[in-house]
Design a protein around this ligand. Structure first.
Ligand SMILES: [Zn+2]
Length: 766
């Protein structure tokens, strides 16, 4: 129920889900203009209409919602957002269409209807897959454009009449999707009635919506804006659909907008079993007290703190004479700017890649919007990333400009350089698992090596920016290879203790230990040929000493680094290689000191798991590379990069037809943390990147072309004498296990990783 207050504003008096009347205001973001009401220069002096932006909590069904409803005609009639300008979203919806067709075994020409179809970003891939499609969108111009481009779109708000028209012309729909509009609709009863009218009896309605749990946990308060009327949980969605004669039968998370829900709904009697996921989500929501009013009162304090911290940071930088600009002008950016009171006194302009926004001014704060060309010419000191869900790709794009970035939520973080960007990428990838490290003690053997340096720097980054209680680290290393404590950067922290210790000797530690990371050992073929005895001793005795500490301290997890080398030269039928492949390794070959000790290490670790219940987790990394690797490491990527930096030809052994896959360090470290913190005890996981398998000649060509703009040639040479023979011909991981168990998915492709490694090495050599 709602009453009209003005021509453009109405106000609900009852809960949108349960019609309850006990509604309590839990979050007030002030009175602001609609977040997509960008202004032209000639309108800047005219009066701008503002509306209250306040979230209410229903004491009956715990649904969180806006009650002030700005007229949809005002919000959406002139809507000019074109989804397909974002490559990330295009990829997201292509994957979505493929998954749906496969999972529900859709027949060709099944009718798919998208409500709020925009320019057809979702329907286009369905059409390619042979489906019959129909779009519905109230933004007239976009609807016309979509139809002209082959995605037939009715220019209207979806309602019973529209549903009836479509059904009469084309029959019932197998799938109806609402991937952005569902939270925007005030009258959910009418919308769902229209959906039921059009949907086949065994059809599926799929909704995507921001997830209230993520909004609260990750402090994504800026996803509140006037269009966004409903803030769903699985619990409230279940209540809603049950009241309206439908049922939620499956739920999953997607990573768009910092965390969204994808919900599958059928008519009662639709024939599909209700999956366990539904109850699992509901239980977790209860554990997190997301159905309690107090949670939101506490939440408002967190937002206040975020506001104070960000303003203080921006004002300090401004006082130092720094030039700060914004990046991205999405709806959420305007909520943040208006609520935090950030205007042209702090930001000179905002860069946005959508051409239609360029030349306009942000609603409320009137900050000019410009194209990224301005940024390249102007080179400001700091960039405040308002489109934070694209923070990583935005920062990657401007790596070469040496800019500094500020991420505003959940708490302000400055990304100073490439190493910060890597650490931010890791932290982004372990959001779910990282809280387990808060206030804990971690021991790392080989803490000054390549992987150890990354893991310590990542925990240090968490300590500095995210943790209230720091994670204490003890790093043990005998510096046989490197001299520095950390290869990535100097870290000064009272929470990290470095001890010079050879892990072959017993390890004595006072006090409790929560996690152990056994990263000691040599991994470069040239080193292990030179130090075969130390290689074996370091692996086996080092592991034994760590396992003893794990047993004594009853740790929560201990991570052992095995290697993909334990597979030897795999049978071609076992490439990509799964964890179950037994290996093809010589016990007396030139690489055996490394391969065989890693194999024995796995057996040894599992014996401790079986006999002493030590919670061991084993990883087998596949060709990890990245910043921190020494130019004299002799592995292929650092070798190519250092040759190129010295202006020398890139040398490829033999014909260069042996293939590898390469995994950028941040992706690998995300995998290591996931296995340590959430992997199953006594299990082995491959970690790597199964994309971009490449032979060495092609890799050299890629480095020459993409990193050095062809300024260095590639030359083929025979193997040097000091290089151990028996090189595997092909190596590529099967990542099914870690993807299924832990949701691991590498995000940095080979070219991007090469570029990051190059920039780091270039600066490190200066
Ligand atoms: Zn309610």
């Amino acid at each position: 129920m709602s009453e009209r207050l003005t021509a453009t504003l109405a106000r609900r008096t009852t809960c949108r889900v349960c019609e309850g009347k006990n509604l309590k205001k839990v979050l007030s973001l002030g009175s602001t203009p609609p977040a997509n009401a960008f202004l032209r220069q000639e309108d800047l002096n005219k009066k701008e209409e503002s509306f209250p932006l306040e979230c209410y909590f229903c004491q009956q069904c715990s649904f969180v919602q806006l009650l002030d409803i700005v007229s949809p005609e005002l919000l959406f009639g002139n809507y000019v957002y074109v989804s397909s300008t974002s490559p990330v979203f295009i990829a997201h919806f292509e994957e979505f269409a493929q998954t749906i067709c496969k999972r529900f075994e859709l027949q060709k020409e099944s009718l798919i209807v998208d409500v709020g179809s925009n320019d057809g970003i979702l329907l286009r891939p369905f059409k390619k897959l042979g489906m019959t499609i129909q779009g519905v969108d109230p933004a007239t111009k976009i609807a016309e454009m979509a139809t002209a481009n082959g995605i037939e779109t009715i220019p209207a708000f979806f309602n019973k009449d529209v549903a009836h028209t479509i059904r009469s012309a084309r029959g019932p729909a197998q799938i109806i999707t609402a991937t952005s509009v569902f939270p925007h609709v005030d009258d959910l009863n009418s919308l769902v009635a229209a959906i039921k009218e059009l949907l086949a009896d065994n059809g599926i309605f799929i909704v995507e919506a921001y997830y209230l749990v993520d909004m609260v946990e990750k402090n994504l308060f800026d996803t509140a804006y006037h269009e966004h009327l409903s803030y769903f949980t699985v619990d409230t969605l279940t209540t809603l659909f049950n009241r309206l004669g439908m049922e939620v039968f499956d739920v999953e998370k997607t990573d768009t907008h910092g965390g969204s829900l994808r919900v599958f709904i059928q008519k009662h009697g639709g024939g599909r079993n209700i999956q366990n996921s539904v109850q699992k989500f509901i239980n977790e929501e209860k554990n997190k007290k997301i159905n309690k009013e107090e949670t939101f009162l506490e939440y408002e304090k967190t937002i206040q703190k975020n506001k104070e911290d960000l303003l203080a940071m921006l004002r300090t930088l401004k006082a130092q004479g720094k030039k700060i600009v914004g990046y991205g002008a999405p709806a959420k950016g305007n909520t943040l700017l208006n609520y935090f009171g950030i205007g042209t006194d702090l930001l000179d302009y905002i860069v946005d890649d959508s051409s239609w926004k360029q030349g306009l001014y942000s609603p409320g704060k009137h900050i000019p919007i410009v194209s990224s060309d301005v940024l390249r010419q102007d080179k400001p000191d700091y960039i405040l990333i308002l489109a934070w869900n694209f923070a990583r790709p935005i920062m990657e794009r401007f790596l070469d400009l040496n800019l500094k970035f500020i991420i505003p939520v959940p708490r302000p973080v400055i990304i100073e350089d490439l190493v910060d960007l890597d650490l931010f990428t890791i932290v982004e990838g372990i959001q779910g698992e990282a809280p387990l490290l808060e206030g804990k003690k971690v021991v790392i053997t080989g803490g000054s090596g390549f992987i150890g340096s990354y893991m310590i720097a990542a925990i240090d980054f968490l300590n500095r920016h995210y943790f209230k209680k720091p994670c204490e680290i003890l790093s043990l290393d005998n510096h046989i290879i490197g001299k520095k404590n950390n290869l990535l950067r100097e870290i000064n922290s009272e929470h990290i203790e470095y001890i010079n210790h050879n892990v072959c000797n017993a390890i004595k530690i006072d006090g409790p230990v929560d996690y152990i990371i056994c990263a000691a050992g040599v991994a470069s073929p040239v080193y292990y040929k030179r130090y075969p005895i130390e290689t074996i001793e370091g692996t086996i005795f080092g592991l034994k000493n760590s396992l003893e500490v794990a047993r004594e301290k009853q740790v929560k997890g201990i991570l052992y680094f095995s290697s993909s080398e334990i597979y030897g030269d795999p049978d071609p039928n076992f490439v990509p290689t799964p964890e179950t492949y037994k290996g093809n390794v010589s016990s007396i070959g030139p690489r055996s000191c490394y391969d065989e000790s890693k194999r024995l290490g796995e057996t040894f670790a599992l014996a401790y798991y079986n006999v002493h219940k030590v919670p061991i987790k084993i990883v087998r990394p596949f060709n990890i590379f990245g910043p921190g690797m020494s130019s004299k490491d002799y592995r292929v990527i650092p070798t190519f990069l250092s040759q190129g930096l010295e202006g020398k030809p890139l040398t490829v052994h033999d014909k260069g037809n042996q293939t590898r896959t390469f995994c950028y360090a941040t992706d690998a470290v995300i995998g290591f943390f996931k296995v340590l913190l959430a992997g199953r005890d006594g299990e082995v996981y491959n970690i790597g990147n199964a994309n971009d398998e490449i032979n060495m000649k092609a890799l050299a060509d890629m480095v020459s072309e993409d990193v050095f703009n062809k300024s260095v040639p590639v030359s083929l040479i025979s193997y040097p004498d000091n290089y151990p023979q028996d090189e595997p011909r092909r190596r590529c991981p099967d990542l099914t296990k870690i993807t299924t168990d832990l949701g691991y998915k590498p995000v940095i492709n080979l070219k991007s990783g090469l570029r990051r490694s190059y920039l780091w090495m270039k600066n490190a050599l200066i």
